[in-house]
Ligand binder design. Structure first.
Ligand code: PXL
Length: 275
């Protein structure tokens, strides 16, 4: 008989196109061989008749809390992540539960906008993420925009800006910070930065000429979560997750005229790497 699997929880939204949100997380958890469970926080919808513009329907904070009661009534949760969170009351119940149940190995993906959108969630969310969830995080994974918001530095343009933001975010209480520069910085490399509170590690890959990256952020954070659940050190978990998501982007596909999605099984199937 197999031993009991590691348990990984995602607290995030649903994206009915399957690229991002809990769909991305649960598929990634399965690829890593962890037992994924999910508590839903929002339903995100995209309108093909209106240029794929996004709608966000929040799940009531009490229902989120009830789901967390269910999710924490089983075996110990080995690691968990948060994704799109619609409002302050939902962020509050999540932070309370994490403290009450002593949940550890928390990855906070501080989702503030979706690709192609300028604004999805309201601004006070950024403050609640920074003050209530980032301090509980083992690792937080902001992109450039989110790192600018969480650090208070605003627009980040250079690697030095990313380093400064990582330091400020680490001071808010996250043990480790990954600032995802991705394709946003000038030059031919996609650059992410890992910070452990004293040293920086630059994660650099050639920019991939592909738009099949919808869901990349969720998939990356879910892969880190799985690695932590399996006992990897934070840096190892991040490096493995970077390989995993790079493969998922490379084997992504055009979902429709508006969006190209990562393929969460790309690392195993198309890159033939196994897990
Ligand atoms: O990629 C950010 C994101 C996270 N979570 C959900 C989403 C999106 C973007 O579309 O729909 C549910």
């Amino acid at each position: 008989m197999l031993t009991q699997p590691k348990i990984t929880l995602t607290i995030a939204g649903n994206d009915a196109s399957g690229g991002a949100g809990i769909g991305a997380d649960l598929k990634t958890f399965a690829e890593f061989g962890t037992y994924g469970i999910a508590a839903l926080t929002v339903i995100a919808t995209m309108d093909p008749n209106n240029n794929w513009s996004h709608g966000v329907t929040p799940i009531d904070a009490q229902i989120v809390k009830d789901q967390l009661v269910t999710a924490t009534a089983g075996p110990k949760i080995d690691a968990l992540k948060t994704g799109m969170l619609p409002n302050v009351p939902v962020i509050e119940v999540i932070a309370e539960t994490i403290k009450e149940k002593n949940l550890t190995n928390l990855v906070v993906d501080p989702v503030m906008v979706c690709k192609g959108e300028t604004e999805v969630l309201n601004p006070e969310n950024a403050e609640a993420l920074r003050d209530l969830l980032v301090p509980l995080a083992t690792i937080t994974t902001p992109n450039l925009f989110e790192a600018g918001q969480l650090s208070g530095l605003g627009t980040l343009k250079t690697l030095d800006d990313m380093k400064e933001a990582a330091k400020l975010i680490q001071q808010k209480g996250a043990k480790y910070v990954v600032v995802k520069g991705g394709k946003a910085l000038e030059g031919d490399k996609a650059i992410d930065l890992f910070y452990n509170g004293s040293d920086f590690t630059i994660l650099e890959v050639d920019k991939i000429e592909s738009a099949t990256n919808h869901g990349a952020g969720c998939t990356f954070a879910a892969a880190i979560t799985s690695g932590l659940a399996q006992g990897l050190e934070p840096k190892e978990a991040v490096l493995k997750a970077k390989d995993f998501v790079t493969a998922a982007i490379k084997s992504g596909f055009e979902y429709n005229q508006f969006v190209g999605s990562v393929f969460h099984s790309g690392y195993r199937l198309e890159q033939n790497k196994g897990i």
